[in-house]
Design a protein around this ligand. Structure first.
Ligand code: 5GP
Ligand code: MG
Ligand code: MG
Length: 200
C-alpha cells in the first residue's frame, strides 16, 4: 500500500503550525478562565467548581483535544460526545444526531466544546440545544478549523461563552490531525487536502 502522504494533494497546516496555534489557544483559554473565576487575581483556581468541562466532539476532535488539554493550566474535566451527520461521504446530510451522550453532568458548568471543524454549523447548533437543555451556564467553542464561507446556521454563544478558532480553512475537504475520509487519515500529523482521485 502506498504511503499516506501520496494521497495528499497539499498540506494546508503543518504539524509545527498546529502545535504553535494549539499552545496559543490553550493560553487564551487558561487566561480567560483564570480571570473570570479569580477576578483577575492570579492563575490558580482555589476550587474546581468553576473550571470548565472540555467536551470533545468524537471522533474528529480527539487529537486536537489531547494536545489542547495538556496545555490548559486549569483543573478542567474532560468528556466526549458523539454526533453523527456525515455517513461516509464528503457532504453532510444536515441532520446531526447525538449518538453517544456526555457522562459528566454539565448543569451550572462552563462548557468548552472542542471541534475539528465548523462547516455548516448544523452540528454545533444541535450540540448547543443539547447542552442548553442540560443547563450549562456558558458554552464556548474551540475549533481547530473554521469554514465561515460554508455556514448555514449561525450559533449564538451562551453566557460568557467565546469562540476560539485555530485556523480559517478554505473551502476544501480536508483530512488529517483527527479529520477523516471514511474513517481513514485521522492519524496524519498535519491537515491537508485529499487528492480528488482518493474519493471519486
Ligand atoms: P457541520 O455540521 O458544521 O456542517 O459539520 C461539522 C462536521 O462535518 C465536522 O465535525 C466534520 O466531522 C465534518 N466536516 C466538515 N468539513 C469537513 C472537512 O473538510 N473534512 C472532514 N474530514 N470533515 C469535515
Ligand atoms: Mg466534528
Ligand atoms: Mg468525518
Amino acid at each position: 500500500m502506498a504511503a499516506m502522504e501520496n494521497h495528499i494533494e497539499k498540506i494546508l497546516f503543518t504539524e509545527k503550525q498546529i502545535s504553535q496555534r494549539v499552545s496559543e489557544l490553550a493560553s487564551q483559554i487558561t487566561l480567560n478562565f483564570s480571570s473570570s473565576t479569580n477576578n483577575g487575581g492570579g492563575p490558580l483556581l482555589s476550587s474546581s467548581s468553576s473550571a470548565p468541562v472540555v467536551v470533545g466532539v468524537a471522533t474528529g476532535a480527539f487529537l486536537f483535544l489531547a494536545d489542547l488539554v495538556r496545555k490548559i493550566n486549569l483543573p478542567i474535566s474532560v468528556d466526549f460526545v458523539r454526533v453523527e451527520s456525515y455517513g461516509s461521504g464528503t457532504v453532510s446530510n444536515g441532520k446531526p444526531k447525538i449518538s453517544c451522550d456526555l457522562k459528566i453532568d454539565v448543569a451550572g458548568k462552563h462548557v468548552i466544546l472542542v471541534e475539528d471543524v465548523v462547516d455548516t454549523g448544523n452540528t454545533l447548533a444541535c450540540l448547543f440545544e443539547h447542552l442548553k437543555s442540560k443547563g450549562a451556564s456558558s458554552i464556548s467553542v474551540c475549533t481547530l478549523l473554521d469554514k465561515p464561507s460554508r455556514r448555514k446556521v449561525n450559533v449564538e454563544l451562551v453566557g460568557e461563552g467565546k469562540f476560539y478558532c485555530g485556523f480559517e480553512c478554505p473551502d476544501y475537504f480536508v483530512v488529517g490531525y483527527g479529520l477523516d475520509f471514511s474513517e481513514v487519515y485521522r492519524n496524519l500529523p498535519y491537515v491537508g487536502i485529499l487528492k480528488p482521485e482518493m474519493y471519486s
